[in-house]
Structure formats: structure tokens, C-alpha cells
Design a protein around this ligand. Sequence first.
Ligand code: CA
Length: 254
Amino acid sequence: MIPKKKHVLHFTKAYRCRLGAHSGSSTMTARILLVEDEKPLVDAITYALQREGYTVLVAFDGQAALQMAEGEQPDLILLDLLLPKLGGLELCRILRRRSDVPIIMLTAKAGEADRVVGLELGADDYITKPFSMRELLARIRAVLRRSQAKSETPAPAVLEDVGLRLDLLRREASLHGQPLNLTTREFDLLAFLMGHPGIVFSRTDLLEKVWGTLNVGPETVSVHIHWLRQKIEEDPERPQRLLTVRGIGYKYRG
Ligand code: CA
């Protein structure tokens, strides 16, 4: 479980609604993650989308959005750029490193520079506030159609980040071309964290996800992180890849 999951699920539950009567086609039942901090706009968009039969998930800040994008695997993300905690552009960059989920940016009229950056970061489209719900729905349908037309992309068999390379099928790891001698558990732990860049996991989360048991102490995780750092960090005392988030846990840099 990722941190704050309960909190996230609470939002999810409150805002999730499927209107069976309208769900004629697959685009109509798509799950849309709305990332927006202005409550009145959230309510208006949620209402409009649910009327069309979409399932709506809401995140009010960037950090919650990241966790929901990971945990809920939405079909499309509506992303406001001015957000608390983690800005929309930064969020867009992190999301793109991990998935092809279609992203439509909600931008202010004055935010042209942000819009350009957002599109360069891989957002699929944008809509300028204030917009009509009709226009928003048209954009959503178009983007969903495009993404559904794309063939299913297989899960990546190789994870790579600045010289660090994990081949998940061959179970081989290398750093700047030099083979790394990782134990099975080290490999699995690194693969898991690299596969979720920027997401913080507590030691208990990692025991559950990587070890598959809570019957070993959380310090086991710390020990493995320590060993991994000796192998993959230039300076294990000042890690640049496997980062400690004080009081919470560990993450691979986003
Ligand atoms: Ca905002």
C-alpha cells in the first residue's frame, strides 16, 4: 500500500459514480482522474462528466494525484497546472515517465508558456479556463478515441535511468555498462522502486510489495537499501537515486 492510500480512497469513494444508463460505449465508461484544487470547478466538472457516464476520481493536490494515478490507473487525467504541493507541470513530467495515460491540461488564459512546456512534456491537449463543459467533453472524447486507437503497449521489460539499467526478463542489472551483482531481493526491491519513480513507499509497504510478507522486521528493508546504495550510488552516503524520505520511507528519484 502506498502512503496516504486510505485518504486517497476516501476521496475516490466519495466521488466515484458510475451511471449505467449512459454507458453505451467504452469511452463512456472511462475513468477520469480530475486534478484540480478549486472546489466549485471540481463540482461542476464532476457533475458534467458523471452525466456522460464517466467515472470520476478527484485529487485536490499534486501529491494525491500522483498516488491516485498510480493506484487507480485512470483512462485519462484532467490536470490543472496551478496546484498545491506538486505543480501540474512537474506532475505531468513524472506521469509521462511512467505511463502513456492521456493528459488534458486545464490552463489559465495567461499561462501560455506553461501550456507549451506541458505539451512538450507530453500532455495530449489543453483547454483554457474558462471553458464550456461542452468543449471539455469534446476534447475528452477526442483524446480518448486517439488513445484507444493506439495499440496496447506491453509493460516495459527494461528499466533505465541515467546509466542504471535493469533487464526484467533476463534479470540482469548494470551500471554504466558494468554488470551489477545484485541478490534476488536487491534486484526485486530496486526494480519495484525504479518502476514507481517519485513515489514514496514506507518500509511496511515495501515488505508487502517486495517481500510479500510482514513476518520480517522493517529494518530488513533499511539493510537492503543500504546494500543497494553501496552498489548503485556514486557516493552511498549521499544517495542520488535511492532516496530516504524522512519519517515516511524510501523512493527512487522522480
Ligand atoms: Ca488551481
